[in-house]
Design a protein around this ligand. Structure first.
Ligand code: BES
Ligand code: ZN
Length: 457
């Protein structure tokens, strides 16, 4: 039997397996779900042991645990570190889901559930590929270490220290992550660049209590007004970020890379229509893909303060708040950017209020060389599984561990993702296309075979 035949025959079971994984509500940001997150970690370990991986263990991090297992019986072959995450995003607004987020349902060729594409479906692709290879050959063509974490969606607060403390356990020749999307349906893709992130909260404090706006308005600074004034000065009307030094370390795109990116089909009207906006914005001398993938951003993610109820209430609120994030590109440093934002916010804070700026989390941007033998192996594997030519792309999203693998383990990371850009990751009705799931399993299995004979060790 071939690998393809075996996998085809196992499809119903692979699907039921994924549904079991998706039923565990492993929302890492929610303290009420901490036990479910841990249960999902335990499930990850026991499934990895069941398929024939060894040394399965739930490793403590100080936060949600890491699920680890390995197979190390190919002494002359390379070692690959596979990373994924078993935690998921919150599900609100719940009423916008067409079926319950933790009750997986199939409609057309899609499986709907929170975590379907981000990232449980893509983690399970790896398990299914390993299971199939072990069934078929009784062994794997190379050594594998799997690290499935439970805190990716909250910025992996404990992961860097965890890796630093276990360099020997995690040592590998290359890392592989399936947690990104393809450029479009039917276009197998290799992602070679991710943006980084610095995420901040700004708190503006005014009087020690809400005040009657009639008695006090006019002589007392209003924190909501102050916050609005402050936020409005972070960018100019053309969208350029006004924080001094912000662009200092931005690596310009090379002419060659711009030419390559320009070859990717981009239908601006379809893009706008799909997300329901009339116009795209951003730096005029960059194409939309360049703005999304290779230029930094500054966005307000949420803003609150003062009276939010029905009708009118006349107050000067005591405080106002905003969550602000910057997506970063090579070679920007999240800590430096956080400092620059804080210094600037302090410098422009209006009189009469006090401001606090806190960094909630950060992650570094990354680039994987597209001519690395591991990337070329992944290209061959994807092309074989998807029967189409691969395109090279970047992503605007962040997977901070890629930069950590580079700096602590000195390994490049191959991003072999099979999501689609419209699969509603982080939103209601998250889904995963099942054809991509099944082809993804094959692609991963082919990748181990290709890497086994690549000059990467
Ligand atoms: N799977 C995503 C990363 C991603 C996003 C890949 C968009 C491709 C396109 C990952 O789970 C994620 O959401 N990461 C966070 C990281 C943050 C919490 C540090 C992100 O990008 O917001
Ligand atoms: Zn993810």
């Amino acid at each position: 039997m071939t690998l393809g035949e075996l996998c085809r025959q196992d499809r119903d079971r692979q699907l039921a397996w994924l549904e079991d994984y998706l039923r565990i509500p492993s929302i890492s940001s929610s303290p009420e779900h901490a036990e479910e997150v841990r249960r999902c970690g335990r499930f990850s370990v026991s499934e990895m042991e069941r398929i024939g991986l060894e040394h399965g263990q739930l490793l403590e991090t100080g936060g949600h645990p890491v699920a680890y297992a390995d197979w190390l019986h190919a002494p002359n072959a390379p070692t690959v570190l596979v990373y994924g995450h078993y935690d998921v995003q919150p599900v609100d607004p719940l009423d916008l889901w067409d079926s319950p987020p933790f009750d997986p349902r199939i409609r057309d060729r899609d499986l709907y559930a929170r975590g379907a594409v981000d990232d449980k479906g893509q983690v399970l692709m790896h398990w299914a590929a390993i299971e199939a290879l072990l069934k078929l050959h009784g062994r794997l063509p190379l050594n594998l270490k799997l690290l499935i974490e439970g805190e990716e969606e909250i910025g992996s607060p404990h992961l860097d220290a965890f890796i630093q403390e276990r360099l020997d356990l995690l040592r590998a020749d290359v890392a592989v992550i399936s947690d990104t999307a393809m450029y479009g349906h039917g276009i197998p893709s290799l992602c070679y660049g991710l943006r980084g992130l610095t995420y901040l909260q700004i708190d503006v404090h005014g009087p020690n209590s809400d005040l009657h706006s009639g008695s006090f308005g006019g002589a007392v600074a209003n924190p909501c007004n102050a916050l609005a004034a402050l936020l409005s000065r972070l960018k100019d009307d053309a969208g350029r970020i006004l924080i001094p030094g912000f662009y200092d370390d931005v690596r310009p795109l090379s002419a060659a890379e711009r030419t390559e990116l320009a070859k990717l089909p981009f239908d601006e009207v379809a893009y706008r229509t799909a997300i329901g906006v009339d116009e795209l914005v951003g730096e005029p001398d960059c194409t939309p893909l360049e703005r999304l993938w290779a230029r930094p951003t500054l966005d307000v993610n949420g803003i609150w303060g003062g009276f939010q109820g029905a009708g009118a209430k006349t107050i000067i609120p005591a405080e106002a708040h905003a969550k602000v994030s910057c997506r970063l590109v090579p070679d920007q440093d999240p800590e430096r950017i956080a400092r620059l934002v804080e210094d600037y916010v302090r410098a422009i804070t209006p009189a009469g209020v006090r401001v606090e700026v806190r960094q909630l989390h950060g992650g570094r941007p990354s680039i994987t060389p597209i001519d690395h033998p591991a990337t070329l192996a992944a290209k061959r594997a994807l092309e074989r599984a998807f029967e189409k030519e691969v395109v090279f792309m970047r992503e605007g999203g962040s997977i901070p561990v890629v930069a950590t693998f580079d700096s602590l383990l000195h390994v490049p990371t191959v991003l072999l993702g099979v999501g689609l850009p419209d699969e509603h990751a982080h939103a209601p009705n998250e889904r995963l296309n099942l054809d991509n799931f099944y082809r993804g399993i094959l692609a991963v299995a082919y990748l181990w075979q290709e890497l086994a004979s690549s000059p990467i060790a």
